[in-house]
Unconditional design. Structure first.
Length: 30
């Protein structure tokens, strides 16, 4: 698991590769 912060929004993500994380769209929808 990872915690992502983008433009003031914070969401969780699953690491699917060392360079890729999979997250739900609603985590970053303003």
């Amino acid at each position: 698991m990872a915690r992502l912060a983008v433009n003031g929004s914070v969401g969780g993500a699953a690491l699917i590769d060392p360079q890729w994380a999979l997250s739900a769209a609603h985590c970053f929808d303003p």
